[in-house]
Design a protein around this ligand. Structure first.
Ligand code: URA
Length: 242
């Protein structure tokens, strides 16, 4: 036995169209359940039933994981009264599944954002116990990053509110008045990267998340676009490890 669900909701959630579109398909006799044409969208199905929509099998996938290349200017929230949110960038067919952002990025931060409906996955991804690393490309202003700075990051730098961060690895790409580096951290405190750089006397002028766990942001996704992650991608995140 699978789960019970309204047929129109179920088919819509599996990415076959909006509830309204599914109702149209029903009217046009394009949906079958266990070989029978169905007549109404309010009937309940079992997710183990054999369901076809427009000749295609509707496979049940409980969870969805979206990899977005977030642009600057969007907030990581489901709704906002003033700001554009990352959900404004998600096409309708994927909007229906109790989605939320797992691991927010600031409005002005770009890059790898995961949107999912799997609460346990999100919890694990963010839990310090699971050590899921997040890597950021950072452009900072305020002079060269010194060896001493690198050691401070490695030993756990103390930020403005007195919190001592977990060890972080910084790899310098370009050092100068404006520097470029890759910073890997295993936590996600509010404005963490910006505050860590402040602690070494630098200002972050550009921030992009490029990797979560062992999974890199797919270079083929333009800013503001997304793809659905597959099982292999999800494994690479490492949120399921013991
Ligand atoms: N650290 C920050 O300061 N901002 C982000 O968006 C992510 C990490």
């Amino acid at each position: 036995m699978g789960e019970k669900m309204r047929i129109d909701k179920f088919i819509s959630n599996m990415g076959f169209g909006s509830r309204k579109e599914i109702k149209e398909y029903i009217k046009k006799k394009k949906i079958t359940v266990n070989g029978e044409i169905i007549k109404s969208g309010d009937m309940y199905i079992d997710t183990d039933d054999k369901i076809y929509c427009c000749g295609k099998k509707v496979e049940y996938e409980k969870y969805i994981y979206i990899m977005m290349n977030k642009p600057s200017g969007y907030v990581s929230a489901n709704t906002d009264s003033k700001e554009k949110t990352v959900f404004d960038l998600i096409s309708n067919e994927y909007r229906k599944k109790d989605l939320f952002v797992a691991g927010r990025l600031d409005k002005d931060t770009e890059g790898f954002l995961i949107i999912t409906n799997n609460g346990k996955f999100a919890h694990n991804m963010l839990s310090p116990k699971k050590h899921v690393n997040k890597t950021y490309l950072v452009k900072s202003q305020g002079g060269e990053i010194t060896n001493e700075d690198i050691i401070r990051f490695k030993n756990g730098i103390t930020i403005d509110d007195g919190y001592t961060c977990k060890p972080a690895i910084i790899e310098i790409k370009n050092n100068g008045e404006i520097s470029e580096s890759l910073l890997t951290i295993s936590e996600g405190k509010f404005h963490q990267v910006k505050r860590m750089f402040e602690a070494i006397g630098k200002k972050v002028i550009y921030l992009k998340r490029v990797k979560i766990g062992n999974l890199e942001l797919d270079n083929n996704i333009p800013l503001g676009k997304f793809k659905i992650m597959n099982e292999y991608d999800i494994k690479l995140i490492g949120a399921d490890k013991e």
